[in-house]
Design a binder for this molecule. Structure first.
Ligand code: GLN
Length: 267
């Protein structure tokens, strides 16, 4: 089978088909476009056929390819973890601006946030926790691939960091409400529910983190949390109730508040 025939047989978006064919064959997308008549080795054709079938069934591109870029770094991903999203880069920007020397990333997933912070602040000590062993294994692999040293911990929220204090705590916790119709659409159908859904109002995880974070922060330390559209008021209140000062919300590029944060008094 040649390149043109393979692309036509895929029955997925042409741009995605070219990307998957590049992945399966090792040819660049440019050369795929330039040489539609080129014969494909059988193994590449078979690999491409399998990838296209997964994509036709709705699987996210990131899972089919096994990789996603975040903050300029490539991350291996699998259905064990949430796919890193561009809007989460705001959380990393806000983290880096604060130049913390010690950082805790809760629910690290594939490690995207923790590794982006460590990459930007190589001197910082970064601890990354997740209750999923499969997620941590992936995150460890990503850290090794980028030669970044992260202290990984297995456990739920603050359980694996008892008695430690940090200058910054960050999290992109689950914040989708149970029964949200988006869960039945697009990529979300394939992502781990425990990374997406947090109780009837979507705030269960944020409530827990906001209530306990102060005990794990140094004086003057910051907590920064990603949240969903329209949750900023509720999250700000939870932060105030959790003992935080300077509570603010920051908008993403579309002008929608997506990160809330607060600071512990310096005494
Ligand atoms: N931002 C994701 C969405 O597409 C949700 C991620 C999360 O719950 N942390 O809704």
């Amino acid at each position: 089978m040649n390149v043109a025939a393979a692309l036509a047989s895929a029955r997925i978006e042409p741009r995605e088909a070219r990307l998957l064919l590049a992945e399966a064959s090792g040819y660049s997308e440019a050369s795929i476009l330039a040489h539609p008549e080129r014969e494909l080795p059988e193994t590449a054709a078979a690999r491409f056929g399998a990838m296209a079938a997964r994509r036709r069934a709705g699987e996210p591109m990131a899972y089919v390819v096994g990789r996603r870029e975040f903050y300029g770094l490539a991350f291996e991903v699998s259905p064990a973890v949430l796919i890193p999203r561009p809007e989460t880069e705001l959380l990393v920007d806000l983290a880096l601006e604060r130049r913390p020397r010690t950082v805790l990333d809760l629910g690290t997933g594939c490690g995207a946030i923790a590794l982006a912070i460590k990459h930007g602040l190589p001197q910082a000590r970064v601890v990354a926790a997740d209750r999923s062993a499969a997620a941590l294994a992936l995150a460890r692999g990503n850290a090794a691939a980028h030669s970044l040293e992260i202290d990984f911990r297995l456990g739920e929220w603050f359980a694996p960091v008892a008695r430690e204090r940090f200058e910054l705590i960050v999290a992109n916790p689950p914040y989708v409400a149970e029964g949200d119709p988006h869960l039945a659409q697009g990529d979300l159908r394939f992502e781990p529910r425990e990374a997406l859904v947090a109780g009837p109002d979507g705030l269960a995880a944020i409530r827990k983190i906001a209530r306990h974070a102060a005990a794990f922060l140094m004086p003057g330390g910051w907590l920064l949390l990603e949240h969903g559209m329209g949750q900023d008021e509720a999250v700000r209140e939870l932060l105030v109730a959790g003992g935080f000062d300077s509570v603010s919300a920051w908008p993403d590029l579309a002008g929608i508040a997506r990160v809330c944060g607060g600071r512990i008094k310096s005494e």
